[in-house]
Write a protein that binds this ligand. Structure first.
Ligand SMILES: *Cc1c(COP(=O)(O)O)cnc(C)c1O
Length: 371
């Protein structure tokens, strides 16, 4: 993980002397059609449920050229082979399906609510045993890895923004014979590449930063393990949790500017963290040092949080995150949110607008809270 630049740096030549492409270039060029005369730059949206018999695909549940283009691009950024899914939670379900009856799954207590709810549902039906952990307590997480079949990491967590020691936990999990998956939705492959830390699987809600324009639901899994890839592909074939071709096309279109969006949003977030920290209405600012999701708590509590989200003109009161637009919400407005998340915590997804406009909008609303 790099915490300074959104573009992973490092050596510019590979061991065989070929220039290595940096992520910004990969984001723009991966997953393009072959460069033959008059070939289109972009893979078209292939609307097909059936293909002529005798090939590898045959039916629309098993493959689609528009998915493939998206999968090549995201796979290249994460450094593995990618499978796309209908949504982030469809990918979550596919991973939880990997482990056997009664197996133990370790998960951060502040994971994405949908992931925790799936685990709780499977546990309630006797399918799995879930253990929720404080992901920043590395010793406790490592202790919980014993006898586990799957160790789920989400880092930074949503919405507490805690950060896991991914390499240390991965070593312990592998020693226990468990798979490790990292939900990399918040960091994106530009800020964190878990496969380089020997993690087995990376998960994305491509709904968020990858597509980036609040117009698509999609998910993805990426792995370097060919056997695991085949198992996951078979699960996707069986369950039919596949994306629409139009969604894949839009997600790929969004991915082309991922580096620009993440860089601007992160710059904005860092500046807003500084300014928010000096405002008397704000008691606490949570920020892991990278990315564009920020948490704030208020000197006047949950009522102030509720007032703020209704008083701004640029910031939109909405759930979700990772779009070009700045959005925020008080997370505990959801009955399902963890009780260990403070009542007044507002999660802010910083967008790519001008930072001074974002601040003016916030400051005017915040000033009225302490007026
Ligand atoms: C949104 C989200 C998900 C679920 O993805 P959907 O595309 O909404 O199904 C999973 N993990 C994280 C961290 C998320 O933010």
């Amino acid at each position: 993980m790099t915490d300074q630049s959104p573009v992973v740096s490092g050596s510019s030549t590979s061991p065989d002397g070929q220039p290595v492409r940096r992520p910004a270039t990969v984001a723009v060029h991966a997953g393009r059609p072959e460069r033959t005369p008059d070939a289109p730059f972009n893979t078209p949206v292939t609307l097909a449920s059936v293909y002529v018999a005798g090939g590898d695909t045959e039916y629309g549940r098993y493959g689609n050229p528009t998915w493939t283009a998206f999968e090549e691009a995201l796979g290249a950024l994460e450094g593995g082979r990618c499978l796309s899914f209908a949504s982030g939670l469809a990918a979550v379900a596919c991973v939880l399906d990997l482990v056997g009856q009664g197996a133990k799954v370790v998960m951060p207590r502040h994971s994405y609510q949908g992931s925790i709810m799936q685990l709780a549902d499977l546990e309630a039906r006797g399918r799995l045993t879930g253990v929720l952990v404080d992901i920043e307590d590395t010793a406790a997480v490592i202790a919980a890895c014993e006898d586990a079949a799957l160790v789920w990491l989400e880092s930074p967590t949503n919405p507490a923004l805690e950060v896991a020691d991914i390499p240390a936990i991965t070593r312990a999990a592998h020693a226990a014979g468990a798979y490790v998956v990292v939900d990399n939705t918040f960091a994106t492959p530009l800020l964190q590449q878990p496969l380089a830390d020997d993690v087995d699987l990376v998960l994305h809600s491509a709904t968020k930063y990858i597509s980036g324009h609040s117009d698509v639901l999609m998910g993805a899994l990426i792995t370097r393990d060919e056997q695991l890839f085949d198992v996951l592909k078979k699960r996707r074939d069986l369950t039919g949790a596949v994306p629409g071709p139009m969604e894949a096309w839009l997600a790929l279109r969004g991915l082309r500017t991922l580096h620009l969006r993440v860089e601007r949003a992160q710059d904005n977030a860092r500046e807003l963290v500084r300014r928010l920290g000096e405002h008397p209405a704000i008691a606490t600012v949570r920020y892991p040092g990278f990315g564009a999701v920020v948490g704030v708590e208020f000197t006047q509590g949950a009522l102030a949080a509720d007032l703020l989200v209704h008083k701004t003109k640029i910031w939109v009161h909405a759930t979700s995150l990772g779009g070009v637009e700045s959005t925020f919400e008080r997370r505990r407005r959801w009955k399902t949110e963890s009780q260990t998340i403070p009542e007044d915590l507002v999660r802010m997804s910083v967008g790519v607008e001008h930072v001074d406009d974002l601040w003016d909008d916030l400051r005017i609303a915040l000033d009225t809270l302490v007026g």
